[in-house]
Design a protein around this ligand. Structure first.
Ligand SMILES: Cc1ncc(COP(=O)(O)O)c(C=O)c1O
Length: 393
C-alpha cells in the first residue's frame, strides 16, 4: 500500500476531481468532426441533382483515394465494416484459420466470423501495439490461409515483416487501415501493401463522409470481383455472375469524401505536429509512455495513446482519466478489453494474451486532432503532469 506523504496528499487535494481548480477552464474535446462549407456545397449539389445513388462523385472519390494511398484500385462502400467483408469474402474461405490481432476494434475479427472463418487471436507488440509477428508465426498451422492486421491508432504495422511471413507461408494479407488513411511504410502508401487494405470514413476518423468505407488493392482481377460483389454480383446491367450484396456508397457521401480528401494531407500534417508536441511533454513526465511509431512507418495519429506505467501510480488508469477529465481534458479508452475477453468470441478463444490484456488496463487517449490550438495542447501537457505528479508513488 502506498503511504501518502503530506506533499502527495496536498497534490491530490489540488486536483480538480477533488475540488481543486481545473487546468483548462473549458473541456478540450477528444474529436472534431470537421465539415466545411465546401463539403456541404458538394453534398448539396448532389442532392439538388436528384441523382443520389452511387455515380460520378463516388467514382471521383475512388480515383483520388487510390492515387493518395498508392493503390491501383479503390472501391468505395457503405462503411469500414462492409469494406472488411468485401475483402474477406474474396480472399478467405469458410473454415480457414486467419491470424488476427486481439488488440483492435471488433470488426477486424467479427467479419472473419461472419465469413465462416476462424479468427486466431495474436497478441500485440508491447511497443507499437500492432500485431506481434513472432506470436503470429507461432500460431500458423496447415489451415492458416491469411493474416489480418490493424494499423492501430494510425500506426503502420511492420509491412516488410508481414510480407515476409505471408510469402513464407502463402498467406493472403488484409490490412485494416480504418484508422490510418495516408499512413505510409518505407515511404509508400498503405494501399501499395498486401492483397487489400480497408478504410473507414466514420465521423470520428481522420476524414469522414458520414458513413463510408473503401477497399484498396493492386490486383486488377480482385478489384473487379470486389466491385461486382459490392453490388449483387452485377457485371453488366442485370447480369449477376455471382452472389453479392448492396454495399454501395451514395453519391452524397462520395461528394463529401472527395471534398474532404482535398485537405486530408494538411489535416494529417497537423495531427503529426500535435503528436510531436504531446510527445515532447509526455516524455518529460515520469511514469507515462508516449506512443512509438513502427520503424519504417509514418503514423497518422488518428489517436494519441499514452501508456501508464501502472506500478508507478497509486491510482488505476480509470481513476487517472477521471482526474484528467476534471482538469478539462477529454479522454477515451480504446479499448477497455482485448478481443479475447469479448463474450462474442468465446468459441474462438483458447488463451488470453498478456500484452493485450495489459494495454486494456494501461492505455488512454488524449486529444490530438488537427483543430487543437497551441494553448490547448499546453493545457493537455499541464493536466497530464499535474495528475501524474499527484498520483505518482
Ligand atoms: C480498426 C477498425 N476497423 C473497422 C472499423 C469499422 O468501420 P465502420 O465503423 O466504418 O464500419 C473501425 C471503426 O471504428 C475501426 O476502427
Amino acid at each position: 500500500m502506498h503511504e501518502q506523504t503530506a506533499s502527495s496528499a496536498d497534490a491530490i487535494a489540488s486536483l480538480a476531481v477533488k475540488g481543486g481548480v481545473a487546468v483548462s477552464p473549458q473541456t478540450i474535446p477528444i474529436i472534431k468532426v470537421d465539415i466545411t462549407d465546401d463539403d456541404i456545397e458538394a453534398a448539396v449539389a448532389v442532392l439538388r441533382s436528384g441523382m443520389l445513388a452511387q455515380g460520378p462523385r463516388v467514382a471521383e472519390f475512388e480515383e483520388r483515394f487510390a492515387a493518395l494511398t498508392g493503390a491501383r484500385h479503390a472501391i468505395a462502400c457503405a462503411n469500414g465494416t462492409c469494406a472488411l467483408q468485401l475483402a474477406y469474402e474474396l480472399l478467405i474461405e469458410p473454415g480457414d484459420e486467419v491470424l488476427c490481432p486481439a488488440w483492435t476494434y471488433i470488426a477486424t475479427a467479427s467479419m472473419l466470423v461472419a465469413r465462416g472463418a476462424k479468427p486466431i487471436f495474436v497478441d500485440a507488440d508491447p511497443e507499437t501495439y500492432c500485431i506481434d509477428l513472432e506470436d503470429a508465426r507461432r500460431k500458423i498451422t496447415p489451415r492458416t490461409t491469411a493474416i489480418a492486421t490493424t494499423l492501430i491508432y494510425g500506426n503502420p504495422v511492420d509491412m516488410e515483416g508481414v510480407e515476409n511471413l505471408a510469402v513464407e507461408h502463402e498467406l493472403s494479407v488484409i490490412h485494416d487501415a480504418a484508422q490510418a488513411h495516408l499512413a505510409t511504410f518505407g515511404g509508400r502508401g498503405i494501399g501499395a501493401f498486401g492483397d487489400c487494405a480497408t478504410y473507414s470514413f466514420y465521423p470520428t476518423k481522420n476524414m469522414t463522409c458520414g458513413e463510408g468505407g473503401m477497399v484498396t488493392t493492386n490486383d486488377d482481377d480482385l478489384a473487379s470481383r470486389i466491385r461486382a460483389f459490392r453490388s449483387h454480383g452485377e457485371t453488366e446491367k442485370y447480369l449477376h455472375t455471382s452472389i453479392g450484396y448492396n454495399y454501395r456508397m451514395t453519391d452524397v457521401e462520395g461528394a463529401m469524401g472527395a471534398s474532404q480528401l482535398k485537405r486530408l494531407a494538411n489535416v494529417t500534417a497537423q495531427r503529426r505536429r500535435n503528436a510531436s508536441r504531446l510527445t515532447e511533454m509526455v516524455s518529460g513526465i515520469e511514469g507515462l509512455v508516449a506512443p512509438r511509431t513502427t520503424p519504417g512507418g509514418e503514423h497518422v495519429f488518428h489517436l494519441y495513446a499514452i501508456r501508464l506505467d501502472l506500478d508507478r501510480f497509486s491510482c488505476t488508469r480509470d481513476e487517472f482519466i477521471d482526474a484528467l477529465r476534471a482538469e478539462g481534458v477529454a479522454c477515451a479508452v480504446h479499448y477497455p478489453r482485448s478481443l479475447t475477453r469479448q463474450p462474442a468470441f468465446e468459441a474462438y478463444v483458447t488463451e488470453h494474451l498478456p500484452v493485450s490484456d495489459h494495454l486494456a488496463r494501461a492505455l488512454f487517449c488524449v486529444p490530438v486532432h488537427h483543430a487543437l490550438e497551441g494553448g490547448q495542447l499546453d493545457f493537455v501537457g499541464a493536466a497530464l503532469a499535474k495528475v501524474a505528479d499527484a498520483y505518482r508513488i
